[in-house]
Design a protein around this ligand. Structure first.
Ligand code: GLU
Length: 220
């Protein structure tokens, strides 16, 4: 088990996401990381406990009001900085976090590599960033995520951001938990409600996704 947090709204995303990740520590993890978007996409991550990684990476220096974060429990690839999430595509425009296991990642990885993609990690998750990259070439991020997931087998809760569409997080889940909280001009995402429980007073809607497969766009 491991955790995912996302935030889009008017607050400092790195603060909200970091707080959420700390709350999700009880789920167990070996690495952590955050991506935020201000004028460009920034990713900071490493193996280790959150406080330890934070003392080197200084997550709160990350600017922006949109962010995604991850605590990793390694299933494919040992704990390392390279294997920590978020993962980016070849262009550096897309970042994703993923909980779960992409069971057909080896064949996806091989065909993506044959089409010229460069991988920087040993994880199953990184294929998602490159699949979305291909689809995002000529479609919006939401359509790109939907198309990319058509070729994926396994379990996932995934959040994706693109610097070409600032202000949006595209989220999808299949057999992995993900909750969405909608507030006034802000949205929270988390593997469980405790990740954003501190903000729930202001939330007008809390969606508990029980469907097997659901994709949604959290944006302003
Ligand atoms: N399978 C992915 C990995 O090994 C995600 C693990 C997780 O859910 O934390 O990076």
């Amino acid at each position: 088990m491991c955790g995912i947090v996302g935030y889009v709204g008017g607050r400092d995303a790195s603060k909200v996401v970091l707080e959420g990740l700390k709350i999700l520590e009880y789920r167990g993890y070996d690495s952590c990381g955050i991506a935020t978007f201000d004028s460009e996409l920034e990713v900071r991550k490493d193996r280790g406990m959150i406080d330890e990684v934070d003392s080197g990476q200084r997550f709160l220096e990350m600017k922006g009001t949109i962010g995604i974060g991850h605590t990793r429990w390694a299933t494919h690839g040992p704990p390392s900085r390279e294997n920590s999430h978020p993962h980016t595509d070849c262009t550096g425009e897309i970042a994703i976090v993923h909980n779960g296991i992409i069971s057909n990642y080896l064949e996806l990885r091989k065909s993506l590599a044959d089409r010229g993609h460069t991988f920087t990690s040993e994880t199953d998750s990184e294929v998602l960033a490159h699949l979305i990259e291909e689809q995002h070439a000529d479609q919006g991020l939401e359509e790109a995520v939907i198309s990319a997931l058509e070729s994926v087998e396994g379990s996932y809760a995934v959040l994706a951001v693109s610097s070409r569409e600032p202000g949006r997080i595209i989220c999808a889940r299949h057999e992995s938990p993900l909750l969405l909280g909608l507030g006034e001009g802000e949205c929270f995402l988390g593997s469980d409600i405790s990740a954003f429980l501190g903000y729930t007073k202001g939330l007008s809607l809390l969606m508990i996704w029980s469907m097997l497969w659901l994709i949604g766009a959290a944006g302003l």
